[in-house]
Design a binder for this molecule. Sequence first.
Ligand code: NHW
Length: 396
Amino acid sequence: LANNPSARRHKFWETQPVGQFRDAADVSLPDGAIEPPTPLSEVRADPYPLPAAFEWFTCDLDDDALLADLYALLAHNYVEDDENMFRFNYSPAFLRWALRPPSFFRAWHIGVRATESKKLVAFISGVPARIRARDDVVRMAEINFLCVHKKLRSKRLAPVLIREVTRRVHQENIWQAAYTAGVVLPTPITTCRYWHRSLNPKKLIDVGFSRLGPRMTMSRTVRLYKLPDAPLTPGFRQMELRDVAPVTRLLRAYLARYVVAPDFDELDVEHWLLPQEDVVDSYLVESPETHEITDFCSFYTLPSSVLNNPNYSTLKAAYSYYNVAVKTPLQQLMNDALIVAKQKNYDVFNALDVMENEAFLKELKFGPGDGQLHYYLYNYRIRNGIKPSELGLVLL
Ligand code: NHW
């Protein structure tokens, strides 16, 4: 049983409209919504009950003090690697960006605090998105930053948070959601792997993120990962506000190839892809002759705290986001992304094996990580799932 997650019982997830492991072989089930919307008047009006001494609390992220509380909750209690050596350290500016896209709902930034001390002890969030599955564009919530304080774990608080965010999403007449997790739940639409490209191999080895390869010395390793000082593609430059329309056109045409992908309009592109220092970086290739925008690449910034290391407290990591190579070969475009990330002092560049990424990972000296990332849809079935290369969606 322990080696077979799909045989495990899921007391909460078995009650939810998600693909159930027991239905995996049932070919008669159609793609699309698992259950129909209920009339809005039947959506529960009151928040779900919390254990005594805790209360719901909607986080206003305009408020710097509340943002600092959320940052601290996550910095101390959010996702760690299997060996508890690193913990995600989303910055306050990143959280503001991630949680306030166009038409966001404040009510979907859901905290739980201790009634007496007002200390924030748990959180879950949603943001609205249009996500296309095959030819069906669906209004969804992207759910992220589910976190329960370490001292309150295994008390079934997570299902209460999930039910509450579901209720608040339903109140907006939205019935589907997308989310990712490192754990296996019923039922992933696909399972991806992270790949890592060392930019600062010495530090990565010192903090235990990577190991010196067999028959390798430190100086050979440093040489192996060395990159040019500046991008190589003529016309490679940072994206600016004036580029939003052509980038949206490029991205929409490109994402149309994938089975599951976001349906971005110009407002989304302005929010999600216009560079913000230490949050999101986007570059494009402007043809030196025609001034046409031909290619695009982007990454977001998510440092990790290094736990229990005497020399280092953080790893600066870039995560590949959306990339579109039309005229420039993808491998060359991504090599330029690595070069700018190195210039900006990132220690590592991470990428999932989604979209066309397999085509450059090995060649650009990415190595496979040990963690997996499972993608899920709530109340939406995709029979047999999809391959990572059919997925055009990156969640933060
Ligand atoms: S994944 C990151 C999740 N956060 C972390 O890993 C941070 C560190 N861990 C924790 O804070 C990205 C706790 O361990 C958490 C669980 C809070 C994870 N997703 O309270 P109990 C996201 O944020 C199930 C979903 O006792 P706990 C995406 C588990 O399978 N379910 O556990 C979030 C079990 O149910 P089961 C998860 O350790 C997507 C139950 O929770 C889960 O104290 C959310 C146990 O609860 C996970 N990552 O707290 C779903 N981890 O049925 C959104 C555990 O198996 C769905 N569980 O018995 C869509 C909603 C919107 C729909 C709108 C129409």
